[in-house]
Ligand binder design. Structure first.
Ligand SMILES: *Cc1c(COP(=O)(O)O)cnc(C)c1O
Length: 397
């Protein structure tokens, strides 16, 4: 299903750019697909809020009964404000401050995903001071290669996240000493934009080994939290707009050794929200050079930093030229000559480039440009660098 038609392009022409456009139908279709696939196996899904905390997006996700996966105290607060039940909130992060831990204890969240032995003692002390008991899952670094970009890999020994397996004896010592902690189970998160299901199969093997290790040491594992990371198709947002939730959950169904009474949890961010949004921008200037042509947009790394931060690919479309050719009844790009452009932003940094050498219809000042699949890690990473205006949002309904 194409995201844009004459109606919304006409509407965009009246609006100030840049802005994030949210197609709530696409979000709904994605959430339907995810919840239908996970419900088959009784799996619990949490939404990794850091991917997008736009209020309308949060409200819709919450309405599906999905839980919240938070990585800061303010995310815990926002989850509660948007109606996520406290019994459905988990809190991860390598650097939880005392203030954030206290906030989460006061909110009686479901579980802390603890990322170091030292953190266990701190949560224990803070919980004891409040006469509370804190539920804990141990985030284990499984040393599984996510086969994704190394900037977004989190589950290797060299990464800062989680507790390495050779430290687990210290973990059980700590758990025995900390009487204000309640051990629930184990947690993993190995990286993002993972599309190779073999990776998750390998993760299942490690989870099975780890839960046996805990059981052998006298700890009942009630919860297996496999984290998130399921990838989306950045190259075909219209023809392949929904992540492959069916295959994803089925791998865990087939390869995870789930014991009676155990709960299996997931923390999906990108796969739920990436495709529902596009960054809409205008061409400010066209610079034709001897070696290169530049399209200078009114959006830059201050609105979308993924290409600059992770070398990420996003499909770029000229909506004005495509709508013109559609009006003539011919497919885009056929009639009008194409030009290779470096598509850049206005920010005073050479890295402020969305993509080099993009083949596009010949473009002009004022053309509307869509940068696709920007619902995850887009708006949330916007910054005020160069004292730019805060990027706006526009909704399909
Ligand atoms: C970011 C994050 C996720 C979600 O990752 P996606 O790739 O967006 O699915 C899940 N769990 C934790 C602990 C995270 O930090």
């Amino acid at each position: 299903m194409p995201m844009f038609d004459e109606d919304n392009i006409t509407k965009f022409k009246e609006l100030e750019t840049p802005f994030y456009y949210y197609d709530l139908n696409i979000l709904r279709e994605t959430l339907d697909a995810c919840t239908n696939a996970s419900a088959k196996y009784g799996f619990h899904v949490h939404y990794a809020m850091k991917a997008n905390f736009n209020p309308k997006v949060l409200d819709m996700i919450q309405s599906y009964g999905i839980g919240a996966d938070c990585v800061s105290g303010n995310e815990v607060k926002a989850a509660i404000e948007h109606g996520f039940g406290k019994e459905n909130i988990v809190f991860a992060g390598v650097g939880k401050s005392d203030k954030e831990i206290n906030l989460a204890l006061d909110a009686d969240i479901f579980c802390f995903n603890a990322e170091s032995v030292q953190e266990l003692f701190i949560i224990n002390d803070l919980a004891k001071a409040k006469n509370k008991s804190a539920a804990i899952a141990i985030r284990i670094n499984p040393n599984v290669d996510a086969h994704t970009h190394h900037f977004i890999t989190t589950g290797l020994d060299e990464n800062k996240f989680g507790i390495n397996s050779w430290q687990l004896p210290d973990v059980v010592d700590a758990l025995r000493k900390c009487d204000s902690l309640k051990f629930l189970g184990i947690h993993f998160h190995i990286g993002s934009q993972i599309t190779d299901m073999e990776v998750y199969k390998n993760l299942c093997t490690r989870i099975n080994e780890m839960q046996d290790w805990f059981a052998d040491h006298g700890f009942e594992v009630k919860l297996l939290n496999t984290g998130g990371g399921l990838g989306v198709d950045y190259h075909n947002p219209d023809t392949n707009g929904t992540a492959d939730f069916e295959s994803y959950f089925k791998v865990f169904k087939d390869f995870l050794n789930v014991k009676p009474g155990q709960e299996v949890h997931f923390e999906l961010g990108r796969a739920l929200v990436a495709q529902c949004s596009a960054l809409i921008s205008r061409v400010l200037y066209v610079k034709n050079g001897q070696k290169k042509n530049f399209l200078v947009l009114d959006a830059g790394m201050t609105e979308l930093i993924r290409p600059m931060l992770y070398q990420a690919y996003h499909q770029i479309e000229n909506l004005s030229r495509e709508s013109e050719s559609n009006e003539r009844g011919v497919a885009a790009n056929r009639q009008s000559p194409t030009v290779h452009y470096d598509v850049v932003g206005p920010i005073c940094e050479s890295t402020d480039c969305f993509q080099k050498d993009v083949e596009m219809p010949e473009s002009y000042r004022g053309d509307l440009i869509a940068i696709r699949t920007t619902g995850a890690y887009g708006e949330v990473m916007a910054s005020g660098y160069n004292l730019r205006d805060r990027v706006g949002s526009v909704y399909s309904e």
